[in-house]
Design a protein around this ligand. Structure first.
Ligand code: NAP
Length: 240
């Protein structure tokens, strides 16, 4: 089962192959979500300063009943370097000037947006690639071709997306605050055939990330007008 599998980082540390994403989980809910995920078997939680839920995640980690040393927690400083060139320059800079080598590189990587060159480059440096937004921030539910492929394997769209990243040797971080989703996202013990992996790799590029397209993590500029429009769309989605 994937929850019992791990990658070995180049410094010998074991990192669980599947992590729970927590972006957009409120600080108030984060403790409970983390506890649920740990109960299901997750041992790897991804948070960030920018998610404003680090303390809730921390409460979950402290109160989940599993020893801290058995849990892998990732957090991140805010970052703005997103293009291939900027990322490559940053990585080279770290490699040349730091005594401690980076162990992981977290990048946007999912069906319909697979930056193969960057993945290859990062792997060549012996750095594990973590895939953020493995379900395209939820946008991949709208892709009919992905839906058809998921049906072919009799799995859900998130399961197909997670399996796809795993078969590329990446560490996916699917976000969910729904215990049923968290559980089913770890049920990925199936294999996508070589031919289908190629089809998924070459799938037409995703056009946008819906309301979230304005976010710098999807290449957006985050200007004031977009922020206001985004806030309205988020409020509207709550009442939908
Ligand atoms: N380093 C970075 O710059 C960066 C950027 C973006 C994200 N991240 C990390 O990557 C994580 C994942 O990315 P993401 O949050 O953008 O999105 P994602 O994991 O691609 O998709 C999350 C969406 O899919 C839904 N979902 C998940 N599993 C589902 C299931 N089994 N059935 C139905 N719906 C399901 C979630 O809703 P429910 O909650 O209702 O299940 C949510 O709406 C983040 O939470 C964060 O930890 C990092």
């Amino acid at each position: 089962m994937i929850l019992e599998e791990s990658y070995t980082l180049s410094n010998g540390v074991e990192i669980p192959k599947l992590g729970l994403g927590t972006w957009f989980i409120s600080n108030k809910d984060a403790e409970q979500v983390v506890k649920e995920a740990v109960k299901i078997g997750y041992r790897h939680i991804d948070t960030a300063q920018a998610y404003r839920n680090e303390s809730g995640v921390g409460d979950g980690v402290r109160n989940c009943g599993v020893k801290r040393e058995e849990l892998f927690v990732t957090t991140k400083l805010d970052a703005g370097k997103k293009s291939y060139q900027e990322a490559a320059v940053s990585i080279d800079n770290i490699l040349e000037n730091c005594s401690i080598k980076p162990m992981v590189n977290q990048i946007l990587a999912h069906i319909s947006n697979t930056p193969e060159e960057l993945i290859q480059y990062t792997k060549e440096k012996d750095i594990l690639v973590e895939a953020y937004s493995p379900i395209g921030h939820g946008e991949l539910f709208k892709n009919e071709k992905i839906k058809e492929m998921a049906e072919k394997y009799n799995v859900s769209i998130p399961q197909l997306c997670i399996r796809y990243d795993l078969q590329l040797g990446l560490l996916p971080l699917p976000k969910s605050e729904n215990p049923e989703h968290i559980k089913s996202n770890a049920e990925v013990d199936f294999t996508i055939s070589k031919e289908d992996m190629e089809i998924l790799k070459n799938m037409e590029a995703i056009e946008d990330y819906g309301a979230a397209s304005i976010m710098p993590v999807y290449g957006g500029g985050f200007d004031l007008k977009s922020i206001i429009s985004y806030i309205f769309q988020r409020i509207a989605s709550i009442f939908r």
